[in-house]
Design a protein around this ligand. Structure first.
Ligand code: PRP
Length: 208
């Protein structure tokens, strides 16, 4: 049988995703939290797991280099990949919010300057509110932008709230709740229907 290739993003949700797989009876003997291996196999040698950067994950699945992937709803919304989103895995829960200094006004004559990893989501959120903005695309440490005067506010992920708190920032508005989703390559869904179906059934049994 051909392998089912599963892409998981390195980073904060990868350990939770690995725990969910283990609970579902899909275990990877070579996996340990500090592993630097990029490709590992499950014990039945039917699932090949690859570790990729979050920003690259949808590319692997969209192009069919991976059949399935686990990725946050935030990335799906921003990148709008041409894949199927089949399951909410209920892990990596956080919120996408607008944050800034407590006294920050959203409406003024000049456009609001917003730093974010998510320019598309940001534009559509503020367009809907009728607020004119200028977006500054950053790749990390977004909270720094208002602190040093690069932006008025940020649009970013909040999980525990620690990063905002420690930097004197507060949530000004909520955009959406986020969790990790299972995405599937469209061609793989047609050619590996049974394998993908079995994989999803195992995960669902735990999620329900
Ligand atoms: C994310 C996010 C916030 C932080 C929020 O950054 O961009 O900075 O986590 O988490 P908290 O509410 O629990 O403090 P990440 O750690 O992924 O790194 P990055 O800043 O390099 O994107």
């Amino acid at each position: 049988m051909e392998y089912l290739t599963l892409a998981i993003a390195t980073g904060r949700t990868s350990k939770k995703a690995m725990a969910l797989l283990e609970e579902s009876g899909i275990s990877f003997p070579d996996y340990h939290k500090k592993t630097r291996k990029l490709v590992i196999y499950d014990e039945t040698k039917t699932v090949k797991l690859i570790f990729v950067k979050t920003a690259d994950l949808t590319t692997y699945v969209e192009k069919g280099a991976a059949d399935i992937g686990i990725i946050g709803k935030d990335t799906i919304m921003e990148e709008q990949p041409d894949v199927y989103e089949l399951l909410d895995l209920n892990l990596g829960k956080c919120q996408l919010v607008v944050a800034g200094f407590p006294n920050q006004k959203m409406q003024s004559e000049a456009p609001l300057i917003v730093a974010t990893k998510y320019p598309l989501i940001t534009k559509s959120f503020f367009d809907e509110k009728g607020i004119r903005i200028e977006t500054i695309k950053l790749n990390g440490s977004i909270e720094l932008a208002p602190l040093i005067g690069l932006s008025n506010v940020i649009v970013d992920i909040v999980e525990t709230g620690t990063t905002l708190n420690e930097n004197g920032l507060v949530q000004l508005d909520k955009i959406i709740d986020i969790s990790a989703r299972l995405i599937v390559n469209k061609a793989s869904f047609a050619t590996k229907t049974e394998q993908i179906g079995q994989f999803i059934t195992k995960l669902k049994a735990i999620l329900e």
